[in-house]
Each structure stands twice: as structure tokens, then as C-alpha cells.
Write a protein that binds this ligand. Sequence first.
Ligand code: NI
Length: 167
Amino acid sequence: MALRNIRTDEDPVLRKRARTVAKINQRIEILLEDMAETMYAAPGLGLAAPQVGILKRVIVYDAGDGIVEMINPVITDSEDEQVEVEGCLSVPGKYGRVRRPALITVVYQDRNGNELTKTARELEAVVICHETDHLDGILFTDKVEEYLTDVEIEEMHSSGESDEEIL
Ligand code: NI
């Protein structure tokens, strides 16, 4: 496994639409492993392949229950709303409140090519929405309703919660 370089700010790769993975081969498996290592090292709760410069529809995240890998994720259903603070490994130093669905259904493939369906809520729903947005070149800054002030960011860092918001 290897750490990959996280693309930030105005890197144009972050604004491109990622391509569907047609065949899950060893390159995809290595990508998944490198993405997990890179995400945990950052640290962040989630990472999408475009953030490491790979325009493929692959995401990884850990919302507290261990690593989840999703290939070609599609959100097929969403209900209700929640507004939570988000940050992003590709947008260092910024945090803001973003409105997302409170409950989603996502269809995806695992690394063995099995098609799976997952229902997610709360933080896990936020992470999946944030990461799948990355696959379409969308950043949380496109959807933010209100940025945190410097004072709010400082409070978040001193409470130790800031690592929990970086997706
Ligand atoms: Ni992000």
C-alpha cells in the first residue's frame, strides 16, 4: 500500500466527472487500499478517487464502523433533511453547514463485483453524499449554507471534534 497525494483547492481534477468502473481489476484493488491508507493518514472520514487524481467512480469511508469501499455508488432514494458541519480534505481550513438528506439508499459494487444496497442515515449519509458528489466534480463549498467563523473553527478544534468533520 502507498500514500497518495491529496489534490486540493483549484486542482482541475476535482471538477471533472469520474468514469464508471467497468472492470474491477488489480489496479482498482490497489487504488482502494491506497485510498484507505491515505484517508486514515490524513486523517479524514472519507475519500473519493478524484481527490487522489483518479477519475474513477470509487469511494472509501469510515463513519465509525470500519472501512467501507464502494465502486460505482448511486444514491437511489433519499428522505428528509439534516444540516451538519462538513470539511473536506481537498478544501483545507474551511468548514461549513451543508443541507443533506437524513436517510439515503445507495446501490454500489464491492471489490468482488457484488451489487449491494445500503441504507444510511446521520453521519454515514452525510459522508456518502459528500463522497459521491466528488465523483461528479461537486465540492461541499458549492452547497454550503453558512461557513463556520474562525471562532467557531477554533472551538471545534479545541473540543477535538474537527477530525470528525473532514470528509
Ligand atoms: Ni471531500
